[in-house]
Design a protein around this ligand. Structure first.
Ligand SMILES: [Fe+2]
Length: 199
């Protein structure tokens, strides 16, 4: 008997491998949270518990050499992921947005996708104990009308939700259509990350 596995959903887990850059980017994130008033206002108005530069600064790699250095490193990770996905691309994927997220205790980010992009991802900078993980959802879930629940010990590939617990320096990449959410942050200090889109 053969059971084929069809419709694979790849998620890339890597490491930046540069503790000094993680430290420098953490400094950048805290400076932005302090200085970027438009971002602070947007976060407040949209009830983002903490700070994000998502809607206020769209040129971080031009503003900050550490962000530029990060994009250079991310390019290699995204190229490796694109290869693993067997994408047939006319040219290399390019970073078109990159933003900082500082989540305070109790903050979360409900399920969403990243429209108009091909690959999305996050680099984790500071992950205190109790910080929420990144929870991915099986994109076929809306079709599973009468599908039974899976047993508690079901293999990861058969689970409808999979949560990855981040650590500083970890890079996660996924196809931008894959729905995901940031679980509630139960830690005391801030959970800091940088997210990005490639198209
Ligand atoms: Fe996201």
């Amino acid at each position: 008997m053969t059971i084929r596995s069809l419709f694979h959903t790849p998620v890339y887990e890597g490491d930046l491998g540069d503790a000094a850059l993680v430290e420098a980017l953490l400094g950048m994130a805290h400076t932005l949270a302090h200085d970027d008033r438009a971002g602070a206002r947007w976060s407040r108005e949209h009830r983002y518990k903490g700070y994000t530069s998502y809607a206020s600064l769209n040129d971080l790699p031009l503003r900050d050499p550490d962000a530029a250095a990060l994009v250079k490193k991310l390019d290699r990770h995204v190229a490796a992921f694109a290869k693993a996905c067997a994408f047939d691309l006319p040219k290399r994927l390019k970073c078109d947005s990159l933003w900082v997220n500082i989540l305070k205790s109790g903050g979360m980010h409900s399920g969403h996708i990243h429209p108009h992009s091909v690959v999305s991802g996050t680099l984790y900078l500071d992950v205190p104990e109790g910080a929420g993980g990144l929870r991915f959802e099986d994109p076929r879930l809306p079709l599973m009308m009468a599908a039974p629940m899976r047993s508690g010990d079901a293999p990861e590939a058969l689970r409808p939700h999979v949560t990855i617990t981040p650590r500083p320096g970890m890079i996660l990449l996924w196809e931008s259509w894959l729905r995901h959410e940031v679980e509630a942050h139960g830690g005391k200090s801030e959970r800091v990350s940088i997210s990005f889109n490639y198209s």
